[in-house]
Write a protein that binds this ligand. Structure first.
Ligand SMILES: Cc1cc2nc3c(=O)[nH]c(=O)nc-3n(C[C@H](O)[C@H](O)[C@H](O)COP(=O)(O)O)c2cc1C
Length: 352
């Protein structure tokens, strides 16, 4: 029997598999290639400052730029000032997005220091009031993404999930780690399960370390969650949403893209990036993304290095041609690539 479709309030999603926000990566070009491949139920933008949105800053407007193929789109906002969060949500409603997500998981010092992100998990009444004000300010579905809590002594996610449901939040996504933990150790599936058990009706989205169809099956089985959101696993394998839907409907799934298919996808995404922001900036901003494409394609390190140093379209195209000709370090360019995992940034998580 197929699982029940996932709803964010009145918004019915085409699958239970969602793209998790990844600052610096979940931009319009990446969301477009993920949609082009298919299987994704909803993509969310990088976190966007409510204050910057209200000031209509160029960067924040770029982060929310969208197109018909990028639908449905959720925009993730952060901030600790209820008035600004309300105002940003109302602006997004007029702008035409499908859903609004409130960031309560970010561990970065700059954001936590202002009382936003995961710091909100330490303030009960002001956080609930802020979320309620955002919900009441718009007709759009509002969701919250959070961690299990600040640390092991303060696992507040079940409490907040229950309270948020009461004030009208339509779904919560849980990264199964604490703020203290950063990205260390493993995701606590029992911790996510406690959130599932704490709510009455709203869907809970399980998140963290899902890299394969098997990981997702385990997440569903051990937590009872209703949907899954995937971040780094989708950077390493943008085909993962398609694989998950295939498995759900047929019991089988196709392999992810091979060397040639990844190169084609990478070129398409680079072109989307250039279309959005022009050639010079597009090429520059695409470098971090290209890093993961080329690593996952097992391109030789000197060619990866040449790509990162290439300036201007002609140089980039010339390096890409060399990469195409050289193929992968070992193996068949149309065969399945070895599994590839994206590590987390080095250093204390407060500095990310
Ligand atoms: C580089 C990077 C950027 C991230 N940016 C955001 C963000 O903007 N908003 C957010 O809620 N979470 C952000 N996250 C957390 C992810 O959405 C996700 O919760 C986390 O990576 C665990 O899921 P994964 O193992 O599938 O990547 C970020 C994570 C990474 C590694």
């Amino acid at each position: 029997m197929l699982p029940r479709p996932l709803h964010y309030g009145s918004l019915k999603l085409v699958s239970r598999y969602l793209l998790s926000p990844l600052a610096g990566y979940t931009n319009l070009p990446f969301r477009r290639v993920v949609h082009d491949i298919g299987g994704v139920g909803l993509c969310t933008t990088d976190l966007v400052s409510a204050k910057a949105l209200l000031a209509r800053s160029r960067k924040s407007l770029q982060l929310i730029e969208t197109c018909p193929e990028d639908s449905p789109l959720s925009v993730q906002i952060f901030g600790s000032d209820p008035g600004m969060m309300r105002g940003a949500a109302q602006f997004l409603e007029e702008y035409g997005v499908a859903s609004i997500d409130i960031n309560m998981g970010c561990p970065v010092k700059r954001i936590v220091g202002g009382g936003a992100g995961s710091a909100m998990m330490c303030q009960q009444s002001s956080t609930i009031q802020l979320v309620q004000q955002v919900v009441e300010a718009v007709k759009l579905p509002v969701t919250v993404k959070m961690r299990l809590g600040w640390d092991d002594d303060n696992l507040t996610a079940p409490f907040f999930a229950r309270e948020f449901e009461q004030v009208g939040v339509v779904a919560v996504a849980i990264h199964g780690r604490t703020r203290e933990q950063g990205f260390r150790g493993s995701v606590s599936r029992p911790g996510i399960r406690q959130v599932v058990e704490a709510v009455e009706n709203i869907p809970v989205i399980g998140n963290g370390d899902i890299r394969t169809v098997e990981d997702a099956q385990q997440m569903f089985a051990e937590t009872g969650c209703h949907g899954i959101s995937i971040g780094r696993g989708a950077l390493a394998n943008p085909w993962i949403f398609k694989q998950l839907v295939e498995f759900e409907t047929t019991g089988h799934y196709s392999p992810p893209g091979n060397f040639d298919e990844r190169l084609t996808l990478m070129l398409k995404q680079l072109q989307y990036q250039i279309d959005q922001i022009g050639e010079d900036l597009g090429i520059r901003l695409f470098r971090p993304m290209a890093h993961w494409y080329l690593k996952s394609m097992r391109v030789k390190s000197h060619l990866r290095d040449q790509y990162q140093k290439a300036r201007g379209s002609d140089e980039v195209q010339a390096v890409l041609q060399r990469i195409r000709n050289a193929g992968l370090t070992t193996g068949d360019r149309t065969g399945q690539l070895p599994d590839f995992h994206i590590p987390v940034p080095q250093g204390p998580n407060a500095n990310w």
